[in-house]
Design a binder for this molecule. Structure first.
Ligand SMILES: Nc1ncnc2c1ncn2[C@@H]1O[C@H](COP(=O)(O)OP(=O)(O)OP(=O)(O)O)[C@@H](O)[C@H]1O
Ligand SMILES: [Mg+2]
Length: 243
């Protein structure tokens, strides 16, 4: 199982939308996919048509040790499962984990990894233990970025987090690439060029696919995200985090 985390500590950059699109896109290609919602706002859980009402066990209860991870997995479609999020994740997991906290998600995913080709993790925009646990469990990171000047300001912090995790928790972690989200339908070339420059410096890339703005969520799967899934899979063959 290859595990990919979507991260960016700026809110609303397209993490959840892209995690859903990649997860469902890979499933349509015949891969077995496990989605993980590590955001206390549970947007990925909602996107999957589930919310906490009437649904008992989330990844939070798994971390608590109240339920085995195998029993907390929801089957969405053949080849597409999810570990749902919980409002209780607002505590960021600090409250109940003993010992090696950074590995708390990795330890759980290892128990189910033989059942899946890919695990796609959606994270929230706070920098916290949950994010570090996602990165510790992952092979690769995808950073969706709004193509605006201020988006570059957080780059330094992003790299510090990556640096910490690769040194202290997970030496194999790799940035798959930056995914440009062009919500405003104008491509500011200087932001794109600067992002490409940064990507080059740190040995990664900017995906060629740019996710353009659209008003209808269903359209996303049909156009830009379809290209993104293709490009992601090509990337894997060419020495991304591999299959
Ligand atoms: N291509 C697009 N065109 C227009 N709107 C989009 C597009 N992709 C995502 N959005 C919208 O932008 C908003 C932010 O997207 P999303 O929730 O995926 O970001 P996020 O990074 O997960 O946010 P958060 O940090 O709050 O978790 C959502 O309302 C979403 O519907
Ligand atoms: Mg989100």
């Amino acid at each position: 199982m290859k595990t990919i985390t979507f991260m960016n500590q700026l809110g609303g950059t397209g993490k959840t939308t892209s995690a859903w699109a990649l997860g469902t896109g890979l499933q349509k290609k015949g891969y077995k996919v496990l989605l993980v919602d590590l955001d206390c706002h549970r947007n990925l859980t909602s996107r999957a048509g589930l919310d906490q009402k009437g649904v008992a066990d989330s990844i939070y209860e798994v971390f608590q040790g109240k339920v085995d991870v195998e029993n907390a997995i929801y089957f969405l479609n053949p080849g597409l499962d999810i570990l749902i999020g919980s409002l209780h994740l607002f505590g960021a997991g600090q409250e109940f984990v003993q010992g090696n906290k950074e590995a708390m998600l990795k330890e759980q995913l290892e128990k189910v990894q033989t059942g899946y080709d890919y695990c796609i993790i959606d994270t929230e925009s706070r920098i916290n233990l949950l994010l570090v646990s996602a990165l510790t469990a992952s092979d690769g990171v995808i950073i969706p970025m709004q193509d605006e000047e201020y988006a570059l300001n957080v780059m330094e912090d992003l790299m510090k987090i990556m640096d910490y995790v690769t040194k202290e928790c997970n030496p194999i972690l790799k940035i798959e690439g930056f995914l440009m989200m062009n919500f405003r339908k104008v491509v500011p070339q200087e932001v794109l060029l600067r992002t490409e420059e940064i990507a080059k410096q740190i040995g990664t890339k900017v995906f060629h696919t740019i996710i353009r703005s659209t008003v209808r969520a269903e359209e996303l799967a049909l156009c830009d995200y379809k290209n993104f899934v293709e490009e992601f899979l090509e990337n894997q063959k060419e020495g991304g985090t591999g299959q």
